[in-house]
Design a binder for this molecule. Structure first.
Ligand code: NDP
Length: 263
């Protein structure tokens, strides 16, 4: 279903985004990937071409800058004259410890993790309307339930889900044929996540390759939300409303703050 489709993947230099790019390459899609680190993007593009991508290009820059977010979509328009799928996956670096009252960090993370998602969606909407395409938003259980040690990150994920779940309602009311899939992920074994939570989190991690495939499937099947892995995301989300204090307790208990890594 994705052969020949034109797809933007953000945050594709590493982790889940990189794996999404490889799956799409194997499916024969046209790819435009983005992140900040050019050398890494060059390697991912080269591998995508080896795997069979119809085409693979990159554009590097920071999503802290909304002009860059717009430029990525513009590049897709110049390359392909249209767009079938927009996969919003990047996140800015955030700390893993108690909230340090750094408002500038909250602002910066909101720009990268939330406002750039909105900016890219707005820019891409005319092309996505033409193709009857998909917006796929990678989020987290931390955007459903308040998480300790990641307060600013969790806030940005709540913002993302609030925006895209509301926008989906308006698309239906206005007969706009663009699907919005919000992906609720549990802990995934990407290098960056494993480094951050090492020794602190007792929850098992799931494989990034399988996670990436589930995200793509959710998008192409136009699912409202996907939960990966189900057991560690859907069940806590259901319990959140039925037994909020119990759920908060279970979440707190899954963090071993004695081993907190202050980096
Ligand atoms: P990674 O840290 O591996 O990848 C993050 C990507 O974003 C990289 O490509 C990075 O590249 C890019 N990036 C970082 N800062 C910026 C910036 N300022 N502007 C543009 N791009 C930037 O993350 P994961 O693969 O672990 O996570 C991917 C998604 O999955 C995220 O949305 C995350 O919230 C979600 N998720 C992940 C979980 C996990 O356990 N791994 C759990 C729940 C959700 P570069 O540094 O070169 O810019």
């Amino acid at each position: 279903m994705l052969k020949g489709k034109r797809v933007i993947v953000t945050g594709a230099s590493t982790g889940i985004g990189e794996q999404i790019a490889y799956h799409l390459a194997q499916m024969g899609s046209h790819l435009l990937i983005t992140a900040r680190t050019e050398a890494q993007l060059q390697q991912v593009v080269a591998h995508c071409l080896e795997l069979g991508a119809a085409s693979a290009r990159y554009i590097n820059g920071s999503m802290e800058d909304m002009k860059f977010a717009q430029a990525v979509v513009k590049k897709a328009e110049e390359l392909w004259g249209g767009l079938d799928m927009l996969i919003l996956n990047h996140i800015g670096n955030s700390y893993f410890h108690y909230f340090n009252r750094d408002i500038e960090h909250v602002q910066k993370l909101l720009n990268i993790n939330f406002l750039s998602y909105v900016t890219m969606s707005v820019s891409a909407l005319p092309m996505l309307k033409n193709s009857g395409g998909n917006i796929v938003v990678v989020s987290s259980l931390a955007g459903k339930i308040g998480f300790p040690l990641t307060v600013p990150y969790s806030a940005t994920k709540f913002a993302v889900q609030g925006f895209f779940n509301s926008l989906r309602q308006e698309f239906v009311m206005q007969n706009i044929n663009v699907s919005i899939t919000v992906c609720i992920l549990g802990l995934i074994n990407t290098e960056s996540a494993m480094k951050v939570v090492s020794g602190t989190v007792t929850i098992p991690s799931a494989p990034k390759e399988e996670c990436a495939l589930e995200i793509i499937k959710g998008g192409i099947l136009r699912q409202r939300e996907i939960y990966y892995k189900y057991m560690f995301t859907k069940i806590p989300t259901l319990l959140r409303d039925w037994a909020p204090e119990l759920m908060d307790y279970v979440i707190r208990k899954s963090f071993n703050v004695d081993n907190l890594n202050e980096d």
